[in-house]
Design a protein around this ligand. Structure first.
Ligand SMILES: [Zn+2]
Ligand SMILES: [Zn+2]
Length: 226
């Protein structure tokens, strides 16, 4: 099937970037040792873990990201989340699948779950970008999706401007996991910023009996962690 590269418009085969754009977008995720192996935060200097994971290890096993939330990749997220181009979901899932293949294999019996959107953003967009990406990952990673594995019990106030501890408190009890007892879970989100949402979602899945949680986020905001 002939398609256009969503960044440069070159003709490509299928829902994907052209080779040149894919290399540009994923460059910062292909440098060995450039990221914290637990939370995927870009490191300012080489270290076994970032300061945040060292002082307070996250509940999830590790986070894998496809690119940093900055140009040129940020435009792809905008096409899905702002312009609501659903055709971007398989493109992003393919980049995320490639990052998983590069970083670490997931357990063969893992199940996919998506971070639930807030009611306000569901109303605004009519879809949950994380769930659309998770749906496309079913094929890209050959794993089953559990659409109801994570529920949002209440809405959260805006997290911008809150410190790490305040964000954690604001997110306590927001999610509930279900139907994941004894399973390894690959938790899908579109953008991972501070990691507080992924942390709260992972805690909920573990509380519901998940054996482990690996976060799969398309993009990671650089420089916000520690
Ligand atoms: Zn291109
Ligand atoms: Zn870290």
């Amino acid at each position: 099937m002939g398609c256009d590269c969503p960044l440069c418009g070159a003709r490509v085969r299928g829902a994907r970037l052209c080779a040149g754009c894919e290399a540009d977008v994923t460059r910062s995720c292909r440098e060995p040792g450039a990221r914290c192996p637990r939370c995927a935060q870009r490191l300012r200097q080489p270290a076994p873990l970032c300061a945040g994971c060292l002082s307070r290890p996250p509940a999830y096993l590790r986070a894998i990201v496809a690119f940093d939330y900055e140009p040129p990749g940020v435009a792809l997220i905008g096409q899905l989340k702002t312009r609501l181009r659903l055709s971007l979901a398989p493109v992003l899932a393919r980049l995320l699948g490639a990052a998983v293949a590069r970083e670490a294999p997931l357990p063969a019996d893992a199940v996919l779950a998506a971070v639930p959107a807030s009611r306000a953003s569901l109303r605004r967009r009519g879809m949950n970008p994380a769930m659309e990406i998770a749906r496309s990952l079913v094929t890209a990673l050959d794993l089953p999706l559990r659409p109801g594995a994570l529920l949002r019990l209440r809405e959260t106030p805006r997290q911008a401007g809150l410190g790490r501890r305040e964000r954690r408190a604001a997110l306590a009890g927001v999610f509930r996991g279900q139907g994941v007892r004894g399973r390894h879970v690959a938790l899908v989100d579109d953008v991972m910023t501070t990691g507080s949402t992924a942390e709260a979602a992972a805690r909920a899945l573990l509380a519901a009996g998940a054996l482990s949680v690996t976060v799969l986020a398309v993009a990671r905001t650089p420089g916000r962690g520690s």
